[in-house]
Design a protein. Structure first.
Length: 418
């Protein structure tokens, strides 16, 4: 069986192509069963995210065109319109690709951790659909273990490289444990939603979400156990906030120096960490002049992100070394499976020969023949049966000058020591 990793991603295909070959979660079980119903495919799993659609499978015989045809047919597309955007990796390259994907080395944001969870979901779906077997089961477990090692042994995920994550990480550096802290999020767009998610994961004590459309703020607050308010209510809650993160499309500042100064007095000058991600800015620049306020703009965060990206690139080099080693380990396991099946076949053949000889011997005993004669016949015929095929192959190898086979036979039967 040949391992294959096949698909398209953000590097090879624009979004209008990626969306045409993506799989919704509810379609994946049907797609997996459809794929494995084809005789060429023995095992299969599908990973489908906004940035990639990939098929991991075991094929009886490697056939690149067969995979492209299936993906195109399933989505009712012409294969000629899909193939230019695809990539395919067989055997050890398939293993390397999966390990790199799971470790975040092939992601749009280098080292991002979400992809590992998405791969675990893909494996669970394939496992539940019954389309994984011994090889893919082993490969996915090996992939998860390797990705964990990359996270543990390198700094690939320790430095924030998104604006939202950088903001949350800086807040954690300033306050340490975020448990017991209150955050005020101003806005309800994608960046604020991502910041809310990171804060929730970091165990933030309390979350207040302010937005021009209160209904949208309520929707986001419900997801993370927060409290929604209108923009006009900010002044009533600002003093409660240890952290303020703002990202709106307002053309004018939402927070002025006076409002923040009043909040600081109410807080008895306990420090406030403020991040203004908006362009134009939501927080007046003069706020930075106040004592006990740590104000960061989007430009400040970009400097942090660029420095952290350099750190991730250095860590990625270490991660590639780990992955190279883990690919070798997995391929050694694959090779060992070949030897196991060969040994099993060899034993089965020997057992059949033994059973055949025993049956002849029992008939000779039942006929009353001399036991010593029977033993000699048994030993002679059993020996001839066991060595007949190897001897023929060795004679042919000698005639055809296939020296490696002769050398292998001497090693296999330990002939050099006799």
């Amino acid at each position: 069986m040949t391992l294959v990793a096949f698909g398209i991603n953000h590097k090879t295909a624009p979004v209008d192509i990626r969306e045409k070959v993506s799989f919704s979660p509810e379609k994946i079980p049907h797609a997996l069963k459809d794929l494995t119903s084809i005789s060429d495919f023995e095992e299969a799993a599908i990973l489908s995210t906004c940035n990639r659609t990939e098929v991991y499978c075991g094929m009886k015989e490697y056939n690149e065109h067969r995979v492209v045809e299936w993906l195109s047919d399933f989505h009712r597309l012409e294969s000629s319109k899909v193939k230019p955007y695809t990539y395919i990796h067989p055997d050890d390259n398939a293993v390397r690709h999966m390990l790199r994907v799971a470790s975040g080395l092939d992601s749009l944001v280098l080292g991002e951790p979400q992809i590992l969870g998405q791969m675990k979901t893909a494996f669970s779906a394939a496992n539940e659909a019954g389309t994984t077997g011994k090889t893919l089961n082993r490969l996915f477990q090996h992939t998860f273990k390797s990705a964990k090692q990359v996270r543990t042994d390198t700094a690939i995920g320790s430095s924030p490289v998104s604006v939202a994550f950088a903001a949350v990480s800086l807040g954690k550096q300033i306050f340490g444990d975020l448990d017991g802290k209150t955050v005020l999020l101003i806005g309800a767009g994608e960046t604020i939603e991502l910041a809310a998610r990171h804060l929730h994961e970091q165990g933030i004590g309390r979350m207040i979400i302010a937005n021009r459309t209160v209904e949208k703020a309520h929707h986001l607050a419900e997801e993370f156990g927060g409290y929604a308010i209108a923009l006009t209510e900010i002044s009533n809650h600002l003093a409660e906030a240890d952290i303020v993160i703002s990202s709106t499309a307002s053309p004018l500042p939402i927070l002025g120096k006076g409002a923040v100064e009043s909040a600081l007095k109410s807080r008895r000058h306990r420090p406030m960490f403020m991040v203004d991600i908006a362009v134009p800015r939501d927080i007046e620049a003069e706020v930075d002049d106040l004592d006990d306020v740590y104000l960061y703009t989007v430009d400040d965060l970009q400097e942090v992100i660029q420095e952290n990206m350099k750190s991730r690139l250095d860590a990625a080099k270490q991660a590639e070394e780990i992955i190279d080693t883990q690919v070798v380990h997995f391929m050694e396991w694959i090779d060992s499976q070949d030897s196991v099946s060969t040994i099993r076949a060899f034993r089965a053949q020997a057992d059949r020969t033994k059973a055949e000889m025993l049956e002849r011997t029992r008939k000779m005993l039942a006929a009353g023949e001399d036991p010593n004669h029977i033993l000699e016949v048994l030993a002679h015929q059993l020996t001839n049966k066991l060595i007949h095929s190897p001897c023929n192959q060795l004679r042919n190898a000698t005639n055809e000058q296939r020296t490696p086979l002769l050398d292998a036979a001497r090693t296999l039967y330990d002939l050099d020591n006799h």
